[in-house]
Each structure stands twice: as structure tokens, then as C-alpha cells.
Design a protein around this ligand. Structure first.
Ligand code: SF4
Length: 733
């Protein structure tokens, strides 16, 4: 259906009016209006949380048709009645006084038709003058899957924008690539029940106490008196709660894992039958791993030989069920893909996969990073297809009902390459959606300067006040979680439903509706006539998934997701959810997704980070989540007075007492943290949570990425945020 300016004026006329029945959704709805008509005005409805990848179910309590409060859903299979502080406060950021309520052009309020006209005109003009490669998009893992799918298809197929990537590159690109290369598909194998069913849980570079608190609660429900092993240079909250903490030297994890593999293989603590049936590359790996002797591993990691051997015994010889879990300490590193694959290799050679309480398990970061990995059209075509393969392009073209020539035969640039293009002036126009690159990308001051030099920066976000939105030529006000419909896919592959239970403020629109407007104003709407609503796109996603490992053709629709507490993929046509099948893991039959049915072991010789410490910058800066009450750059969680009270005020840098004394720094003193790229003004927290030679700052601190280095992993192009050389000095008064 072609949208007209009358539809727009309908929207604009009503944006400040009361909620009336006239505003209930209708064909051509742009996202404004009451809650869905199926909900009674004072009902309680359920939906998934929109912050992290745990994907907790929340009960949303409505009064007069509007969400006024929430509580954790006791029946949802993920969180079983629990929620972390962010979940409890999920409605608060919607009411923030700085919500964007109208489009802005150069900071001046504008009508949607004005903003869209300027956007479309400038976009086409820049494409014509500088070529297609001069335009790029940076998106997010925070919007619903249907919006991601629509955005990617609109950009690459509809608008001829060749370069689109998202902030999932910063969190989950490594897991995506590691699984795809090892298993033949990006397939996290586990279900959350595995937290409760393990005899040994190994957390590598993962701090679930803070980063995934409800997953940690699932660990605490484990009745098997498990050993909990934590590998982390820092004594995190999880390390403090673990039965063993291995405080290895920063970025020595790959050497440690190869050393463990060597002990396991040479001691015979492996599952030879499983290896013969289900694993390729074992002989080469065994030969490679022989060089990682106990002496070599201990020298690199700082571990004692006894500790290394006890670790190997626990994961190899003594335990029936071992599960391995990793998060950003692995993914955000200069050799992250091979590190993740070393974890996968150990799970494979010990046969610890496909059974209860086992697995090589990547814990996802954002609420919908998994949706992005499967459907965003960014690093590949949907559901594991490849832009470079003719049959995959033809497949997608036939599903979309378009000529195959419309599908690009080239991959997009990755996030770091887009940023380099902006800095070099090759990219002239950037469209940023629901992410705050000016805070979250490394060397952020340099990026902010480069963003200022763009001919066109369009930012589509809930708030015009993020560091990135403040630089925008055009700001598009977007609805947030709770103000639109769609689905998220969580860490255990569970597709959960998000619902519209609030009206977005003023003229703000759902991202889905904004995309429809862009399609309309850029003249490509007819190509997307079937993409008329989130659930219509969900049907397209189902068609894309047919016959793939992530097949979801058996899901009846949003109603089933609602009734069944979400559904883990796959659920193919004819497959039913009965009994325990609501919590399913992959690979129970020992068959993986490569053509030979086997998983592959992949490995490389470890190498040091590009930026060594030296006399000028002798300390290693570690970054990570500093509080369960804050989320990423704080653009939402920073709006809650309760959440703000739950984490330390101001900037803090953790430093070991020996390093502090050597610099004459006392606890609470103002300090300057400097790297080769910038300076952060902070306060010293003198503590033994960090080892000598390392310091720690939380990622929520807007200064932290003034310091971090731009190095990326060569396979996933995920940036390394866990290692850069810094110096600390008392601040000049
Ligand atoms: Fe939301 Fe994650 Fe907290 Fe659950 S753990 S309530 S999904 S932020």
C-alpha cells in the first residue's frame, strides 16, 4: 500500500492528543496509538525484557491501557520469576524528560515529511556525487528482529547502500564466526537448564554475577554441588563466588587453553569415540598442542603447575558434566575467534557437548544480538546464507519475489572499516540507528571529530542527547522497547515477544515505521509491499529459515511465542513442543552442520596484542561491565534515579595497592589515566581485585574509550577492548 502525506498529517495531528480509540492501529499505522486492542485496559500482559541477552520474561501491568508497572514473570522458562535491576526499571527510561518527540534538522524541530524529504534528497545527492560506497549504516542489537531484517533488506537491496554493520560487531561477531567455522552454522548449542545440570562450570572472561545476573541465579539453583572455575585476570564478583579463580596474565587465555588441551590429550582424558565420530582436525590439533608444555603455559599465564594440572583434571578426568561459558573477555580480544574455538575444541575432544550440563557456550550480550546474527543482512544474507554465493542470492531473491540482480554479490564493510572510511573522508553519509558510536567505539575522540566532518549524519534513537545524536544533522525520534511489537532472540536461541504497551512520546515512531517512511520517500516502497507490519516480516523470516538449521517454520506466529514462553530455534514445520522440549540443546546426535556432519577444530599460534606496555605506558587497562544496574553507554539506564544510585558515582579506576604506592596515589585521589590516544580524568580505587600491572575501568564511563585501542581480531573484526597500555598519575591540581 502506498503511503501518502495524509497518513503523515494524521500522525502529526494526533501526536499530542489524548489516547483515543481513533488511534488504535490500522493499515498504514506509523506506530502511534493505543496499546494493541487485544489487551484489556487494566490487564497484565507478558513480554521479554529489552536490555540483555538473557531475555527474561516480564509481566507488564496496564492501567487505562497504558503500562504503569512491571514484575518478573514466574512462569517464563528463562528467569523463573527473577529480574535484575535493569529489568525492574525497564519502564523508567521511556518517561525520561529528554525523550525525542519530534524530528530535528540541524537541531531545529521539523515535521516528519520535512525530515524525510531532506534525508532522501541528501542521500541520493551524496550517492550520485560520490558513488554508492560513500554511504554507510551503523545499526544495533537492541531493535526487534523484524526491524533488523527490514533495515538490512531496505539498505542493501532497496537503497543500494553497500555498507551496513552494527554494534553486534562489538559484542558477538567473534561467537558468530567461531561457531560458523567450527560447527558449520552460528549455533549456540545450549539451554539455560545447563547452568543447573553441570558438575563443573568454567567461565572464561565472563562475569555473570554482574553482566548476566539471572544466568548467575540459574547457576545458584544447581543442586549438584558444582565446581565453578573462573578464568579472568581480574578478581570479579563471579571470581569471588567461584570455587577456583585462575587470575591469568591479560591475554594469555589462548595459551592456557592450548596448554589444557595438551594435558588432556597426553593424559588420555578425552573421548576418543566422540572424536572419531564427530570431530575433524583432531590429529593436527594434537600435534600442534604438544608445544604448549606446562612450563611454557605457566610462564605465559603466571599460573602454578599444580593449578594448571588440577584445572585439567577437573574438566577432563574427574567430572561427568562440564560446561564452558564465555563472554566479552574472550570476544573482545585481538585473537578472539581462535580463543573461542580453543574452548570449543576442548569441549569437543572431551565429548562435553550435546548432553545436559555440557557445551561450549557463548553468552550473548545484547537482547537481540542473535537476531542480528541471523537476519540483519549485514555480514551475510539471512539464516547463514552468503552474499558471495550465487545460489544463496537466488534463494533470497525468490523468497522476496525480486530479480536476483537486486541482491549484492559483495560483502559489506565491517564496523571498523566503516569507521576508517569516515575518518578518511571516503564515507560522506552515515545513518546511525539505536547505537551510540561516539561513546562506545575505541579512540572515541578521534571518531567524534570524524563524525563532525560528515556531509550527512542521521541518528535514529530514543534520545537526541546521546553523544552521537548531538552531532547529527538529522535526528529521527524512535520508539523504544515497550512502544512497539516484534521479537528478540536470546542467548539460548529463544525467540521471545516484545509488545507495544505504551505510546511513544510526541511524534516518535517505531523504527519499523521509520523504515517504511524511508522506503516511501526514497521511492522503493513497492519493493517492500509485503513488509507491512512486524508480524508480516516474521512470516518472511520463517520462509527464509525453511530448511536451515534455524528453521522456525513450525512456529504458529506471535500467539504461540506469547503462549509458550518463547520458542527456541529450531522449530520446523510439523515439529511440536511437548514436555521438556521447551528447553532444548543442539547436537544431541553428535552431528554438526558441516557437510561431513563433523565439527572442526581450528587453531593458530598465539601472538601478543599489537600495543605492548612500555616505560611510558606500563599498565594494562582492562574494561568491562562495572555494575548490573548500568547498560552499555547508559543512554537508557542513566535515566533511572534508582539505577544511578546502584552504581558508583563518577569515574573510578581500580588500581592495585603496589602500583598505587609506586605512583604516590592514595585511595579516592583524583588521577589522570592516559594512553597513546587520550586521557581520562578519574578517581583511584585502590584494591586487590586487579593484579599488579593492570587497572580496570567500567565500559559505562564515557571517557573509557578515549583510551582503548583500535585493534581487531582478523577473523571476526571484533575490537579488542580488554587490553591497552596506559599510565596513571595523580591529577594536576
Ligand atoms: Fe533484563 Fe537481562 Fe536483567 Fe533479565 S538479566 S531483567 S533480560 S537486563
Amino acid at each position: 500500500m502506498k503511503l501518502s502525506l495524509d497518513d503523515l498529517s494524521f500522525t502529526i495531528r494526533n501526536v499530542d492528543g489524548p489516547l483515543t480509540s481513533e488511534l488504535v492501529r490500522r493499515p498504514g499505522d506509523f506506530g502511534l496509538g493505543q496499546v494493541p486492542a487485544k489487551l484489556a485496559p487494566d490487564a497484565t500482559t507478558t513480554m521479554v525484557c529489552g536490555f540483555c541477552s538473557t531475555g527474561c520474561g516480564l509481566k507488564i501491568h496496564l492501567r487505562d491501557g497504558v503500562a504503569v508497572n512491571l514484575s518478573p514473570d514466574t512462569d517464563y522458562p528463562v528467569n523463573l520469576g527473577m529480574a535484575c535491576p535493569k529489568g525492574w526499571e525497564a519502564l523508567t527510561p521511556l518517561d525520561a524528560p529528554d525523550r525525542g518527540a519530534t524530528p530535528l534538522i540541524d537541531g531545529t524541530p521539523a515535521r516528519w515529511d520535512e525530515a524525510m524529504t531532506v534525508f532522501a534528497t541528501k542521500l541520493r545527492d551524496i550517492q550520485q556525487r560520490h558513488g554508492a560506497e560513500s554511504v554507510a549504516i551503523l545499526s544495533t542489537g537492541q531493535i526487534v528482529t523484524e526491524e533488523m531484517a527490514f533495515l538490512g533488506a531496505l539498505a542493501r537491496i532497496g537503497l543500494g547502500i553497500p555498507n551496513i554493520d552494527s554494534n553486534t560487531r562489538q559484542c558477538m561477531a567473534t561467537s558468530h564466526v567461531a561457531y560458523k567455522q567450527s560447527f558449520g552454522f552460528d549455533a549456540p548449542p545450549f539451554t539455560y537448564a545447563d547452568f543447573e545440570q553441570s558438575d563443573v562450570l568454567v567461565f572464561v572472561g565472563s562475569n555473570p554475577c554482574i553482566a548476566h545476573p539471572i544466568m548467575w541465579q540459574r547457576v545458584l539453583r544447581n543442586q549438584r554441588a558444582p565446581e565453578i572455575l573462573v578464568v579472568d585476570p581480574r578478581k570479579t564478583e563471579t571470581a569471588m563466588a567461584a570455587t577456583r579463580h585462575f587470575a591469568i596474565a591479560p591475554k594469555s587465555d589462548l595459551t592456557l587453553l592450548y596448554g589444557l588441551a595438551n594435558i588432556l590429550i597426553s593424559s588420555g582424558w578425552i573421548d576418543r569415540e566422540f572424536i572419531a565420530r564427530s570431530v575433524s582436525g583432531f590429529a593436527e590439533f594434537a600435534e600442534f598442542a604438544r608445544q604448549f608444555t606446562t612450563d611454557k603455559v605457566c610462564a605465559a599465564t603466571g599460573m602454578e603447575a599444580d593449578d594448571l594440572w588440577q584445572f585439567a583434571e577437573l574438566v577432563g578426568r574427574k567430572s561427568k558434566r562440564v560446561s564452558w561459558w564465555w563472554t566479552m573477555g574472550v570476544n573482545q580480544s585481538h585473537e578472539s575467534t581462535r580463543t573461542a574455538q580453543a574452548i570449543i575444541a576442548i569441549a569437543l575432544i572431551t565429548g562435553q557437548i550435546g548432553k545436559p550440563g555440557t557445551g561450549a557456550n557463548s553468552i550473548t550480550g545484547q537482547c537481540n544480538a542473535m537476531g542480528s546474527r541471523l537476519f540483519a543482512h549485514a555480514s551475510g544474507l539471512p539464516c547463514g546464507r552468503d552474499y558471495l554465493k550465487e545460489e544463496d542470492r537466488a534463494d533470497v531473491a525468490s523468497i522476496y519475489g525480486i530479480p536476483v540482480e537486486r541482491i549484492p554479490d559483495k560483502n559489506s564493510l565491517a564496523y571498523d572499516q566503516i569507521v576508517d572510511g569516515v575518518k578518511a573522508g571516503r564515507i560522506k553519509a552515515l545513518w546511525v540507528i539505536a547505537t551510540n558510536s561516539a561513546h562506545s567505539w575505541g579512540s572515541s575522540e578521534e571518531l567524534q571529530e570524524a563524525l563532525n566532518g560528515l556531509e550527512l549524519l542521521v541518528v535514529q534513537d530514543m534520545y537526541p542527547t546521546t553523544e552521537t545524536a548531538l552531532l547529527a544533522h538529522i535526528y529521527l525520534p524512535a520508539a523504544g522497547w515497550g512502544e512497539k511489537d516484534g521479537t528478540f532472540i536470546n542467548s539460548e536461541r529463544r525467540i521471545g515477544l516484545a509488545k507495544k504497551v505504551r505510546r511513544a512520546p510526541g511524534a516518535a515512531l517505531s523504527d519499523f515505521s521509520i523504515l517504511r517512511l524511508v522506503a516511501e520517500y526514497c521511492g522503493v516502497a513497492p519493493m517492500f509491499s509485503e513488509w507491512s507490519s512486524p508480524e508480516a516480516v516474521f512470516r518472511i523470516m520463517q520462509r527464509l529459515s525453511r530448511g536451515k538449521p534455524c528453521d522456525i517454520t513450525g512456529i504458529a506466529g506471535y500467539s504461540q511465542l506469547d503462549a509458550d514462553g518463547g520458542v527456541q530455534w529450531p522449530l520446523a514445520d510439523g515439529q511440536l513442543l511437548i514436555g521438556d522440549s521447551k528447553e532444548r540443546r543442539l547436537f544431541a546426535d553428535g552431528r554438526f552442520f558441516h557437510g561431513d556432519g563433523k565439527a572442526r577444530i581450528l587453531f593458530d599460534v598465539p601472538r601478543p596484542p599489537a600495543e605492548p606496555t612500555d616505560a611510558e605506558f606500563p599498565l594494562v587497562l582492562l574494561t568491562g561491565r562495572g555494575s548490573s544496574a548500568q547498560w552499555h553507554t547508559g543512554s537508557r539506564t542513566g535515566k533511572s534515579a534508582i539505577l544511578l544510585k546502584m552504581h558508583a558515582e563518577g569515574s573510578l579506576v581500580e588500581i592495585h595497592p603496589d602500583d598505587a604506592a609506586a605512583r604516590g596515589i592514595t585511595n579516592g585521589e583524583r588521577v589522570d589515566v592516559s594512553s597513546r590516544r587520550g586521557v581520562a580524568e578519574s578517581f583511584a580505587l585502590v584494591t586487590t581485585t586487579v593484579s599488579p600491572g593492570t587497572v580496570f575501568m567500567p565500559m559505562h564511563d564515557e571517557q573509557v574509550n578515549h583510551l582503548t585501542a583500535p585493534e581487531v581480531d582478523p577473523y571476526s573484526r571484533q575490537p579488542s577492548y580488554k587490553y591497552c597500555a596506559v599510565q596513571l598519575r595523580p591529577a594536576l591540581q
